[in-house]
Design a protein. Structure first.
Length: 99
């Protein structure tokens, strides 16, 4: 599929999107790496407060809170980081049940 679509407007757009994604990721990693211990303490405190709030809501009501996290892009990024030859190559991450 990759070879058949090379040079097409779709392929070029996907390359631009991938490059933009890589730039955003690099900026985000740069900001994370620049955090100091005081920043991490503040972030942990904020997360702890949010978790306590959610726990209070859960305990005080019969309502349930559901969180849906789509991890496809994350796992693909992990695979690309482990094997840089995958960058720019269409691939899927998952088990046999996915097929």
């Amino acid at each position: 599929v990759d070879q058949m679509t090379k040079g097409s407007p779709f392929y070029k757009n996907e390359l631009k999107r991938a490059e933009a994604h890589e730039r955003r990721l690099a900026r985000a990693l740069g900001r994370i790496n620049a955090l100091e211990e005081a920043d991490w303490r503040r972030i942990r405190a904020e997360v702890d407060i949010a978790a306590q709030h959610l726990e209070q809501i859960r305990e005080s009501s019969s309502r349930r809170i559901y969180a849906v996290v789509d991890m496809d892009a994350f796992f693909a990024m992990v695979e690309e980081r482990a094997d840089p030859t995958l960058k720019g190559v269409p691939f899927a991450v998952g088990g046999k049940a996915m097929l």
